[in-house]
Ligand binder design. Structure first.
Ligand code: ZN
Length: 150
């Protein structure tokens, strides 16, 4: 398993050094702020939904290696997904890291995101890895609120 672990670390490092979709989306869309006081991670997730599909997603802010890599890989995973798929993926990811519910982790739908499974061994880092996802979910909730034209 050590080869696999190296591969995981490489992937996480790559995303930490070169975060994908690290930018702000101005104008229309939805955003939410996330803060993990335990570590000091602060991020904002930007979402653009078009006909129920995540047409664009990005993040901005500052955080540790794990929170940055997690946000980066999340944006890659969610672009082009429907709102329902995004919510399902959030549930699977959360379950993989907290592991307190019965049943198998759906590694097939998680894809590359399974690299974060090792974070479970470091409980203080779990919040770092899930921060972007909680923030994304909050941005989705805003999106689902009825739009006011007032
Ligand atoms: Zn952190």
């Amino acid at each position: 398993m050590s080869d696999l672990r190296d591969l995981y670390q490489e992937l996480i490092l790559d995303h930490t050094k070169k975060p994908r979709n690290f930018r702000k989306i101005e104008g229309v869309g939805s955003k939410a702020d996330g803060h993990n006081p335990l570590c000091g991670d602060k991020i904002t997730v930007f979402l653009m939904i078009d006909k129920g599909i995540v047409s664009d997603i990005s993040f901005h802010g500052s955080g540790c290696a794990i929170s940055t890599a997690s946000a980066s890989m999340m944006t890659e995973s969610l672009k082009g997904k429907t709102i329902a798929e995004a919510k399902t993926l959030f549930r699977h990811f959360h379950k993989m890291l907290t592991g307190n519910s019965e049943g198998q982790v759906d590694s097939e739908s998680l894809g590359k995101l399974v690299v974060f499974t090792g974070v479970k061994e470091f409980p203080v880092r779990v919040k770092c890895a899930t921060l972007a996802w909680h923030t994304m979910n909050a941005a989705l909730e805003h999106q689902e609120e009825p739009v006011s034209t007032e």
